[in-house]
Design a protein. Structure first.
Length: 493
């Protein structure tokens, strides 16, 4: 049975399966941001140290990258079972969140290790889930709507990340012991229980409302897959390796930018500007500067959300065919903002740091959707799962090594003077030229790659359009048994 025509340009008439993906991404990102702020207090409660914290933070991204690679290949082999693969990932995520909350029961010796393993599995769930959903979107959303749909998914992610801490704040008041277990629930492990609830919501919504077979979005006649017909299948030209590499480079860049904004900004604010919480809140009075970092990052999140909404409801539909140029604009913004953050002549005024942060979080938000949409177009009707899985693995890389490297890049240059910010920071005043200058080099190096490959990419996409035909079997219907055979399945969007 053919799938019904679907309206991806209208928010009101959005297909049910896409609404499920919106919900999954929102709940997943909200759960992630609820847990993240309490990781260090949770580990410190079990007498761990900051060295181990770095590995716990990195474990999530390692799991995310591995989940993308493994599940992407599994999905390619089992295209008829996206729902089962999604639910399987979500069950892993639920189990990880539940055991995360129970870590104190394992004692100070094994509790931190339990936290590490659970964060890895939570990342595996997220990477696998996003790979399946993004591959599904690439298979069934028309090319001209990919950036719009991708930006709407991004809006859900940003909203979840922003609202997560708001959901988690009231949990700091929780204090009770679970009868029979001797487990004390407080503001450190309660976020894990909220993450459990988010996982359960995703499982319920996906199980009830994600029905790819009913909507004609998977092969429905497996008997046809053993047909003796040997007519070659027209899948169009193979994905252009140079174009695929360019998309990976762009996705690496946007995730490097996100890793820098999320991890090093609070450190720079504390050491260079004296903004941030007191080292010991019991010995210092409240000062407005203690909230400046939260205000700055919240404002940056709002700016990013605003751009995501602009891309989702207006600009996304207009950039079809010009994705490389939009990516170049974002890269130029990254270069400019990092140049602004370099302490030329030994100084970095607060106004310049804030202006660069807001500029990059707003205009830099254009890049993610076009990067994923362009890769989907380049792969075309060929199996997209492995490519999307590798994409998320590449995106996880800067978030794995970034937090470890950024602090070193901030500390390596010899300081010109010392800082004395009462109750906040007392030590060497850091130089920022190496931290942000190195990022300028990386972003600037990717720019000519985008410009040089635009011609070959456009020629490849034009060739793919010429090879497409009503009789071609799209990637959505492709299974290993179809490598040399054709089927009568017509579940075509």
């Amino acid at each position: 049975m053919a799938a019904q025509a679907e309206d991806f340009a209208s928010l009101r008439n959005t297909p049910a399966w896409l609404l499920v993906f919106f919900n999954n991404l929102f709940c997943g990102c909200a759960g992630f941001s609820i847990v993240l702020p309490t990781l260090w207090p949770y580990l410190r409660q079990m007498h761990s140290n900051t060295f181990f914290l770095a590995f716990v933070v990195a474990a999530y991204s390692v799991g995310e990258g591995l989940g993308g690679l493994v599940v992407g290949r599994l999905y390619t082999r089992h295209l008829a079972h996206p729902k089962a693969l999604l639910l399987g990932n979500m069950v892993i995520g639920f189990g990880a969140a539940l055991v995360f909350s129970l870590a104190p029961l394992f004692g100070d010796r094994y509790g931190p290790i339990v936290v590490l393993v659970c964060r890895f599995l939570s990342g595996f769930d997220n990477g696998g889930r996003q790979t399946i959903e993004q591959t599904f979107v690439g298979q069934f959303v028309p090319k001209q709507h990919l950036t719009t749909v991708g930006s709407r998914l991004g809006s859900c992610a940003v909203t979840g990340i922003m609202l997560g801490p708001a959901f988690g704040a009231p949990l700091q008041a929780i204090r009770f012991t679970v009868p029979g277990l001797g487990l004390f629930i407080d503001g450190n492990n309660a976020p894990g229980l909220v993450l459990c609830v988010a996982c359960l919501i995703n499982i319920f919504i996906t199980a009830k409302y994600f029905n790819p077979h009913a909507s004609g979005h998977v092969p429905s006649h497996h008997a046809d897959l053993t047909s003796d017909t040997t007519t070659p299948i027209n899948l169009g030209p193979k994905p252009l390796p140079l174009g695929v590499f360019t998309c990976y480079a762009a996705f690496f860049a946007v995730n490097l930018f996100m890793a820098s904004v999320e991890t090093i900004t609070p450190v720079v604010c504390q050491r260079l500007l004296g903004w941030g919480p007191c080292e010991d809140s019991s010995t210092c009075a409240y000062e407005p500067s203690q909230t400046y970092v939260n205000v700055l990052m919240t404002t940056g999140g709002l700016m990013s959300l605003l751009m995501s909404l602009i891309m989702a409801f207006w600009l996304g539909a207009k950039v079809f065919g010009s994705e490389e140029l939009v990516i170049c604009v974002s890269l130029l913004v990254y270069v400019a903002s990092n140049l602004m953050n370099m302490d030329w002549f030994g100084t970095l005024p607060a106004w310049r740091f804030v202006a660069s942060y807001l500029l990059s979080t707003f205009l830099g938000g254009m890049m993610r959707g076009p990067s994923v949409a362009l890769l989907s177009q380049i792969v075309g009707d060929h199996p997209q799962g492995p490519y999307m899985g590798t994409l998320f693995a590449v995106g996880a890389l800067p978030r794995i090594v970034g937090p470890l490297i950024f602090v070193q890049l901030l500390d390596w240059p010899a300081p010109l003077s010392d800082a004395d910010f009462p109750n906040v920071y007392d030590g060497p005043l850091p130089r920022t030229w190496l931290l942000y200058g190195s990022q300028v080099v990386i972003f600037a190096a990717i720019l000519p790659l985008l410009l040089a490959t635009r011609g070959p990419i456009r020629a490849h996409l034009a060739q793919a359009r010429e090879h497409s035909s009503p009789g071609a079997v799209p990637n959505a219907l492709r299974t290993p048994l179809l490598d040399h055979q054709e089927t009568d399945v017509v579940a075509v969007v």
